[in-house]
Design a protein around this ligand. Structure first.
Ligand SMILES: Cc1ncc(C[n+]2csc(CCOP(=O)(O)OP(=O)(O)O)c2C)c(N)n1
Length: 401
């Protein structure tokens, strides 16, 4: 219990020992070795390497995006370092036809869908970035916390209604669970059995608010019990555990029983003690227990609200290091293979930046996407801008010119 009288999981106390909670499902130990009682997912060598490749691309993208923001080449950016394991692992467990609806930090999901070039323009202010990823079954990212969740449930309900074998994986942070939209979405999904996976990223913080001030529940996963479906906790910094739990939940959401054989059934308990047992399609809440290594966004300074030393125990669980160690230990990769993946990641991200920066900009685009019909004041501003561009030339509006 902390000085505020809270004993919820994810409290600053718990943050000092990431392995303290025994109810968190893991496949890999901190050093990347499979845990003695864990079932390693039944994937091909190629699939294991693809997960590692996507983790490395996501990390590289993250580093370059922060650097581009510092150079004034993109706007505000939300770093994901530390959280790649859950976004990448869970997306590998889905079918390409499944829809992903995410908050703004789960860039790994976009990497798995191979959409970086289409996506990066969003962060540079181009609306095309949100339109193009729809072709890869990814909803535009959502800044209004939890506002996407009722839409995600609506889309899942529509899939079910039309008899389409598709589900929706909806990602959000712990802070989003304090919003009414979260509860409305969860309730509707539970009552109407929509094929929705609620992927809650418990990264310790909602900007400067620690999880212990976000909820008095012991866990986020247990909130599912109130809506009549399963909630499960998993190590979000363990890509293989994230894969296994998501795959099982996805099968259950499709009505396939949810026993993929990848996960020891004794670890499959829901928050209320019932096991996944097959049968009717059901939604699920997956709490990914993880940590945000960096700032909330590039506009944030985390040293104002947390001790940098608190991050270190979580860095020891870095999902890239654990996955690489697992691949090496099981002879699925060697030095050359690791190097090749890092080189590929550099190239993929550099190409995405080239593509995004080559987009021609029409300044009037900024007025195009909020209203079907422009209100008079916005119309006036548009005309004023176009007149100024006509008079002074577009170049005079560019930075440094
Ligand atoms: C409806 C709404 N309220 C407040 C905000 C301001 N805001 C932006 S991010 C954020 C924290 C969200 O935390 P969490 O859901 O835990 O996700 P994380 O940023 O940790 O990934 C808040 C409050 C917002 N974007 N939308």
């Amino acid at each position: 219990m902390d000085e505020n009288g809270d004993d919820a999981a994810g409290s600053p106390d718990a943050a000092t020992d990431p392995l303290a909670d025994a109810d968190v499902y893991r496949v890999l130990g901190p050093d990347g070795s499979p845990l003695p009682d864990a079932t390693v997912p039944d994937l091909s060598d190629e699939q294991f390497r693809a997960i590692y490749r996507d983790l490395v691309v996501t990390r590289r993208f993250d580093e370059r995006a922060v650097s581009l923001q510092r150079q004034g080449r993109i706007g505000t950016y939300a770093p994901c370092a530390g959280q790649e394991g859950s976004a990448v692992g869970s997306t590998h467990a889905l079918a390409d036809r499944d829809l992903i609806s995410y908050q703004y930090r789960e860039h790994g999901a976009v990497v798995v869908r191979d959409l970086l070039s289409e996506y990066l323009p969003y962060w540079m202010g181009h609306e095309s970035g949100t339109e193009a990823i729809a072709d890869g079954n990814v909803f535009p990212l959502n800044i209004g916390i939890a506002a996407h969740l009722p839409h995600a449930v609506g889309a899942a309900w529509a899939f079910d209604y039309r008899g389409e074998d598709r589900l929706v994986a909806a990602h959000f942070g712990g802070g989003a669970t304090s919003e009414g939209d979260f509860h409305e979405a969860m309730n509707f999904a539970g009552v109407f059995d929509t094929p929705t996976l609620f992927c809650c990223h418990n990264n310790g913080w909602a900007i400067s608010i620690p999880e212990s001030r976000q909820t008095a529940s012991d866990t986020f996963a247990e909130k599912a019990a109130a809506y009549g479906f399963e909630g499960v906790r998993v190590d979000g910094m363990d890509p293989l555990a994230s894969y296994a739990v998501t795959r099982e939940a996805a099968e259950r959401a499709r009505g396939d029983g949810g026993d993929s054989g990848d996960r020891d059934e004794s670890d499959g308990d829901s928050a209320d003690g019932e096991e996944f047992d097959g049968g009717e399609p059901r939604p699920a809440l997956i709490e990914f227990v993880e940590y945000r290594f960096g700032a909330h966004t590039t506009a944030d300074d985390p040293t104002a609200y947390r001790d940098p030393d608190d991050v270190e125990p979580w860095r020891a669980l870095d999902p890239l290091d654990r996955m690489e160690a697992f691949l090496r230990e099981t002879d699925r990769i060697d030095d050359e293979g690791v190097e090749a993946i890092h080189e590929e990641a550099d190239e993929v991200v550099a190409d995405a930046i080239d593509v995004a920066e080559s987009i021609e900009v029409d300044p009037s685009d900024m007025f195009d996407h909020a209203y079907a019909e422009l209100p008079p004041e916005i119309r006036r501003q548009r005309e004023e801008l176009l007149a100024a561009v006509d008079e002074h030339g577009e170049a005079s509006f560019r930075r440094g010119e």
